[in-house]
Design a protein around this ligand. Structure first.
Ligand code: ATP
Ligand code: MG
Ligand code: MG
Length: 348
């Protein structure tokens, strides 16, 4: 079959490639690391940096379509890809989503509501931001953050003085008092058809997603419609093709936008067994121009637990329960905070 190019070599790329294989496609991974767990399940692998334009061009020339599972690819070298193959989702989605200031401004322009925020490039900026927005709050790097990395909690205004600024563009956000967290995951075709999966209720531990539960609690369900409307506006405004995720806080004042990911998402892993069509399969269908599959639930409920670091290595116990579906990503090294796999439990 035709070759799908995937920028990024982690578990999201691996799960896209597995879904693509089921539809008869072969995948070619492009990633900087030598030991890519996505490349392990793909037909081809190019080890290259994300700013190596000749290597990106040679990679794209072998692909019918290119997608990405990792959003910290700079927009400029991506032109080397788009010169040779269609890129889905579009480069514009990456530009917006990879920078917290861009994504918040973009969403605000469409009527969305993030936490109060301010750009921070110096200690002076930080003092001014804390003075106007108040504490508690969170200082975050604008780019490259994931799993809560690159974040500093400011509990009281005086904490700002103790922060050692990392010399990167930052953003300060007011701390949101939320009842719960949830995500909206949608898939959009080139023709503009949009489908949503049920929203999962997400619980984070130490800044890392720990558990996603479907159905979400009533406080979330009451806010999903408004959140979906915003997500669809974002997708339409970007001419988006593929799976898009928006994270929200459910608050007493309605849904507050946290961040977006222009890709398949950890809080959607439950869809592999818990939905009639997974986020990975529908992503492949959308970027390849195939009809979308149903996003309806395949069970009464679903719980997805991440396996982080050296969590839960009693595989026989997990596998002995017929409700469980174990996914291990094949990462060679266990590190604290590293996502090693997940378990999805269906309520039938
Ligand atoms: P991801 O792996 O989801 O990309 P990330 O590193 O981009 O994570 P965020 O989503 O910004 O991090 O934050 C991680 C978690 O920290 C959130 O899901 C939420 O639990 C908490 N958090 C972040 N920002 C705020 C905020 N302004 N108010 C309250 N809690 C917050
Ligand atoms: Mg993020
Ligand atoms: Mg997040």
């Amino acid at each position: 079959g035709e070759m799908i190019g995937i920028l990024g070599g982690g578990q999201l790329g691996r799960m896209i490639a597995l879904a693509a294989a089921n539809l008869g496609y072969r995948c070619h991974v492009y990633a900087p690391e030598a030991d890519s767990i996505a490349a392990d399940v793909c037909a081809a692998f190019t080890q290259g940096e994300y700013d190596d334009e000749p290597a990106l061009a040679a990679f794209a020339a072998q692909c019918a379509v290119v997608t990405y599972e990792f959003e910290n690819v700079a927009a400029t070298p991506l032109a080397a890809v788009t010169a040779h193959a269609p890129l889905h989702p579009p480069a514009r989605a990456l530009e917006v989503a990879q920078d917290r200031v861009n994504e918040k401004s973009f969403v605000e322009a469409l009527g969305g509501r993030p936490a109060p925020w301010a750009k921070v490039d110096s200690m002076e900026d930080l003092r001014a931001a804390v003075a106007s927005i108040g504490a508690p709050g969170i200082l975050k790097t604008r780019r490259d953050g994931y799993d809560g990395k690159g974040q500093w909690r400011i509990v009281q205004a005086s904490d700002a003085e103790a922060v050692e600024l990392p010399g990167k563009p930052l953003i300060y956000e007011g701390f949101v008092t939320f009842d719960a967290e949830f995500s909206v995951i949608l898939v959009r075709t080139e023709a503009g058809e949009v489908r949503f999966w049920d929203s999962a209720e997400n619980v984070h531990k130490g800044g890392i997603l720990d558990r996603s539960t479907v159905p979400a609690s009533p406080v979330i369900l009451a806010q999903v419609e408004e959140a979906r409307a915003l997500a669809a506006k974002v997708a339409d405004a970007l001419g988006y093709v593929g799976v898009l995720t928006l994270e929200f806080f459910a608050t007493a004042d309605g849904p507050v936008f946290n961040e977006m990911a222009p890709r398949v998402h950890n809080s959607g892993h439950w869809t592999i067994e818990g939905a009639l069509t997974s986020q990975f399969e529908n992503h492949v269908r959308a970027i390849c121009g195939l009809p979308l599959g149903s996003t309806a639930l395949a069970a009464k409920g679903v719980v997805m637990d991440n396996l982080i670091g050296d969590d839960a290595h009693d595989w026989p116990a997990i596998l002995s329960d017929p409700a469980n579906h174990l996914h291990l990503y094949g990462k060679a090294a266990v590190r604290p905070g590293r996502k090693m796999g997940h378990v999805t439990r269906l309520v039938l």
